[in-house]
Design a protein around this ligand. Structure first.
Ligand code: ADP
Ligand code: AMP
Length: 217
């Protein structure tokens, strides 16, 4: 099964991906994580991405599409992928569809996690992420058991440089102008599932799992 997780920055895509990858037996492919990895390794791709990421803008389609398609070529993706943060533009969505179709695969469902804008800003300003395994935490809604340490792997927690209020506002603008049209794209294809993301983490997970089960039955 190939599933796209859609939602504004802070909607809970990474948080839900941790639950869903286990549930569905698929691999989590997060374009933002791939860019941050490239950046931490000081690659040419990482340095190029940095200039866009720090402003809250999208990295150009060509580069992003190539990076993600290369990732899903790896054999671990054969059993299915949970896409997080990709696609973010119509061109990316179409390129992904074309690539999958050329291998007789497809996107089965797109889950849109909806959260009001003010809640998104609160979530991102309190977000902490594990440097090692990328698990997200929140100072209030999902704090780690030990301050500054990841519950899953013990890795160090950090706050993203682009989670400042100014950059978050730009990222939200970009989401509503460039990414929201994708919701309609998947809706037209009959693949869209809408989930209320403004509830407890467990409730959101239960709603997504329930919908995926019913819709795929
Ligand atoms: P995204 O991957 O969509 O940008 P994250 O999964 O990183 O979002 O979540 C953003 C922040 O909000 C994190 O700090 C996370 O712990 C917190 N969070 C995620 N889901 C919820 C929820 N349902 N309720 C409250 N906080 C949440
Ligand atoms: P994220 O981790 O998904 O919040 O992404 C962090 C940043 O990486 C974004 O603000 C963009 O600059 C860049 N990025 C991640 N995914 C994409 C994408 N699909 N298209 C373009 N830029 C992306």
């Amino acid at each position: 099964m190939n599933v796209v997780l859609l939602g504004a920055p802070g909607a809970g895509k990474g948080t839900q991906a941790a639950v869903l990858t286990k549930e569905l037996g698929v691999v989590h492919v997060a374009s933002g994580d791939l860019f941050r990895k490239a950046l931490s390794e000081n690659t040419e791709l990482g340095l190029l991405a940095k200039s866009y990421m720090e402003k809250g803008d999208l990295v150009p389609d060509e580069v992003t599409i190539e990076m993600v398609l290369e990732r899903i070529r790896k054999p671990d993706c054969d059993s299915g992928v949970l896409f997080d943060g990709f696609p973010r533009t119509l061109s990316q969505a179409k390129a992904l569809d074309e690539k999958l179709a050329s291998e007789s695969r497809q996107i089965d469902k797109a889950v849109y996690i909806e959260v009001p804008e003010e809640a998104l800003i609160k979530r991102l300003s309190g977000r902490w992420i594990c440097r090692e395994c990328q698990t997200p935490y929140h100072a209030e809604s999902s704090p780690p058991k030990v301050t500054g340490r990841c519950d899953v792997c013990g890795g160090e927690l950090y706050q993203r440089a682009d989670d400042t209020e100014e950059t978050v506002r730009e990222r939200l603008k970009v989401f509503f102008s460039q990414t929201l049209p994708i919701v309609e794209y998947y809706e037209t294809q009959g693949k869209l599932l809408r989930v209320d993301g403004n509830q407890d983490i467990n409730e959101v997970s239960a709603a997504i799992t329930r919908l995926l089960r019913t819709e795929s039955a």
